[in-house]
Design a binder for this molecule. Structure first.
Ligand SMILES: [Zn+2]
Length: 561
């Protein structure tokens, strides 16, 4: 290693750069590593059976004892959700976490679902707290977002200061929160910022994000005018939005039923810690909605992204045991759609409309998440911080590129702007910033039920195949002595063709299977059964395709007796 590369900081995004969600970043100084956030993201539409996608921590495999600590910016699942899935790989008795009381509460509550895991040491930090971890010193800086206790990070490193905005927006009239403290940001910038890392989620949006109080007004308009029940779907972690819906409901004499496990849990934690304020009498159980007039009911639930298991989807597909949609209901989608989920959300919306409810979604009125700075605020952040180097973070690649353009439009030189993606190693020194040639593994790790990472590309491909064209199992019993197929091969198929109506097809398949087996066993020599199975798979697959234009998954089973 050369001296100059020793004197540089390595910044390694493992997730969140080139995608929305799954945020996790490493800061590495002389082999010691600080972790910022551990988030997950929801699967895309073409990943059947996958629950979450988490960061790939292969790079940290032999470096567990080099981890200095983990710092969380805020309590959104795309920043904390991967914790229980990463602990089996990263936990050591010395591992220390730093989080705000709310973030800590949400993490610990979730850990209760993983009782076999060791108890996590999470130290509480507050606005203006300062901590020292190895060569880094971190000051927590409260930033507006749509969850309370969101921290930007002012990080002193041996080569200079970094400001990490976390997810943020500037808000002069926030709900449940204090307005952005611009003086403090200016004071921080006076300490000289070597690198600014700033939230790009809304970099493609013009103007300024709406103030939370503005969003509140729009929500109030809808709820005030609703004739019947209000069903408001949002993320369980949008604590401010949840507060708004509760407060407005109270104002118009509505009781609130909270539906969905994660929503109920988060509201409990936030109430307990004083982040959600409401009259205890406001809350009712979902089953109590039957005893109240429709215009006295608000149902707060999860599922605005079309998540298959969430409440709104079950309501839309008429699978919910209590909530049945009807004319007069008003359904509000109060969170923007994450890229990749548009089609599912559209289908769900249509389904809700068919059942007679009215639908308000974020495109019609500004009732969506709105937790992220738009172009004008991003400009302002860069102007305040006046960094030497700039790196857009958090967002799809197009968002990062747009954010880089914004910096350029403010006169920043191209060589001072670094657009990095997951797995890149950003090398930062006092004088320059560049991406190293080597990359670290950052591909998707999929969580499926209780398994972590055992769903690979192959499993996913199989699931897609099964979902599309079904499965076709061929069972042949072969006489070891004679090498002949005994009787007629059995065929089981699901999701491919209706067997009773395809007798001719099945007859031909059976004949072919017998032919394939006997031509392999006919020589009298030892039989390579793996080869025989492969032959059945290939040939029967081709045959079925030629007859039906479908490609079911063919599973050959050969039993020797
Ligand atoms: Zn967030």
């Amino acid at each position: 290693m050369t001296k100059s590369s020793k004197e540089s900081l390595r910044i390694i995004p493992l997730g969140g750069l080139g995608e929305v969600g799954r945020n996790m970043m490493l800061l590495e100084w002389k082999g010691e590593i600080l972790i910022l956030d551990m988030g997950f993201r929801l699967p895309e539409e073409d990943m059947p059976g996958v629950d979450y996608i988490i960061p790939n921590v292969e790079y940290l495999r032999d470096k567990k004892d080099k981890i200095l600590g983990v710092v969380f910016t805020h309590g959104h699942y795309d920043h904390i959700g991967a914790v229980p899935y990463l602990m089996p790989k990263l936990w050591t008795p010395n591992l220390v976490f730093f989080a705000s009381p709310l973030t800590r509460g949400i993490i610990l509550k979730r850990q209760e679902d993983f009782p076999e895991q060791p108890k996590l040491k999470i130290k509480e930090v507050y606005d203006k707290s300062r901590i020292k971890i190895g060569p880094f010193s971190i000051e927590f800086v409260k930033m507006n977002h749509n969850i309370p206790d969101n921290f930007g990070l002012f990080i002193e490193t041996p080569i200079g200061n970094i400001f990490h905005t976390s997810d943020f927006k500037f808000d002069k009239n926030p709900v449940n929160d204090t307005p952005t403290d611009f003086n403090r940001l200016r004071e921080i910038s006076k300490r000289k910022i070597l690198l600014l890392m700033s939230d790009s989620t809304d970099a493609e949006e013009e103007d300024h994000s709406l103030s939370e109080s503005e969003i509140s007004k729009n929500l109030e308009e809808i709820i005030k005018n609703a004739k019947g029940r209000v069903i408001a779907a949002t993320f369980a972690s949008l604590i401010n939005r949840i507060q708004q819906i509760i407060s407005i409901s109270e104002k118009y004499g509505r009781k609130v039923a909270i539906e969905g496990y994660s929503m109920r849990t988060n509201v409990e934690i936030a109430k307990h810690l004083g982040y959600i304020r409401a009259d205890p009498k406001t809350f009712i159980l979902t089953k109590q909605i039957e005893n109240l007039p429709d215009q006295k009911i608000t149902i707060l639930c999860t599922g605005a992204q079309g998540e298959a298991e969430a409440v709104l989807m079950r309501v839309a597909t008429k699978e919910h045991p209590i909530i049945k949609l009807k004319k007069g209901d008003t359904v509000i989608f109060s969170s923007s759609v994450i890229p990749g989920n548009e089609r599912t959300v559209q289908i769900m919306k249509d389904e809700i409309l068919r059942q007679g409810a009215e639908v308000f979604h974020y495109k019609m009125m500004d009732i969506h998440a709105g937790g992220h700075a738009k172009k004008e605020e991003l400009k302002k952040m860069i102007k305040i911080m006046r960094p030497r180097f700039f790196m857009p973070i958090h967002g799809q690649y197009s968002m990062l590129v747009e954010h880089a353009k914004i910096a350029k439009s403010l006169g920043m030189k191209e060589e001072r702007i670094i657009v990095a993606e997951n797995g890149d190693i950003v090398n930062l020194s006092k004088k320059k910033v560049f991406i190293e040639r080597k990359i670290v593994p950052s591909n998707y790790v999929m969580v499926d039920g209780l398994g972590i990472g055992d769903v690979g590309e192959v499993v996913l491909r199989d699931r897609k195949m099964l979902a599309k064209d079904g499965i076709f199992v061929v069972i042949a019993v072969v006489d070891r002595q004679t090498g002949k197929v005994k009787g007629s091969p059995d065929i089981i198929s699901r999701g491919f063709v209706y067997l009773r109506e395809s007798k001719e097809l099945l007859r031909e398949v059976r004949k072919k299977v017998i032919g394939i087996v006997q031509s392999a066993t006919g020589s009298g020599r030892a039989v390579n059964w793996a080869y025989v199975k492969n032959e059945i798979k290939e040939k029967i697959g081709q045959f079925l395709f030629s007859k039906t234009q479908r490609r079911p998954m063919v599973l050959p089973v050969v039993i020797e007796v």
